[in-house]
Design a protein around this ligand. Sequence first.
Ligand SMILES: NC(=O)c1ccc[n+]([C@@H]2O[C@H](COP(=O)([O-])OP(=O)(O)OC[C@H]3O[C@@H](n4cnc5c(N)ncnc54)[C@H](OP(=O)(O)O)[C@@H]3O)[C@@H](O)[C@H]2O)c1
Length: 245
Amino acid sequence: MNSSRIALVTGASRGIGAATARILAARGDHVIVNYREKRKRAQDLADEIAAAGGSASIAGADLSDEAAAQALTREILDRFGRLDVLVLNASGGLERGAAPDYAMSINRDAQLRLVRLLLPHMPAGARIVFVTSHQAHFHGRKPVPADYEPIAASKRAGEDALRDLIPEFDSRRIGFTVVSGDMIDGTIIVRLLRRRDPDAVAARTEHGTLPTVDEFATAVADATIGDQPLGHTVYIGGTDYLAHS
Ligand SMILES: NC(=O)c1ccc[n+]([C@@H]2O[C@H](COP(=O)([O-])OP(=O)(O)OC[C@H]3O[C@@H](n4cnc5c(N)ncnc54)[C@H](OP(=O)(O)O)[C@@H]3O)[C@@H](O)[C@H]2O)c1
């Protein structure tokens, strides 16, 4: 395991994070599968990765909780001594009953805090990838469905806060890439939207087939390798956003 990269994927118990964890592990990384509460799902994924010949461990932490983020950092350092890849995938705010400030807390403050905690332990050449949606990335420039507005605003604020760290990433020789996707077919969020606001999904499918989870997760995994300028944004799907941006 020592020669493998140590990769933390936040919110990897399901959806895009889980798919990214599978790809990174298949490519040889040791993947730390972070989850908030779905421990069994995270453990099943780690077992599946091991059964396929890969290497994974699980680490529960509600990243909106400062003490939990600190404990996660300690756990990673105690076990591995460093972190080579940080995929900031976990996101929230649409949960039923979430406090009004929760979106900002998880999508901006928690992202920034985790990066600040882990950055001193990431060697030169390590990579950070921030996962976002077109609706968030283009917030303020393109319309957003009312329900999604606080999430879009907070994810954009998170992206901006991370971009402010680019000079520090540069001096430490840490890569930083943003991967932004259109609505991703097959995710829970899009399944819920199809029921709650079918017009919002139909409006996106008018512009072409929605990207799949595997397509998006592959772009996220690819962003952890190769040469990209610091702060580069990779766009998946939604070419109409790009045409008039
Ligand atoms: N779905 C889309 O159409 C779409 C499109 C473009 C971009 N994206 C972006 O892709 C990323 C993943 O989206 P998804 O649809 O796969 O999400 P999802 O199905 O809602 O999964 C969210 C994951 O994040 C974890 N999580 C939630 N709150 C957390 C917290 N406070 N601390 C730690 N982990 C937490 C969840 O863990 P538990 O299961 O344990 O609660 C779960 O593993 C997000 O950044 C999203 O903005 C999604």
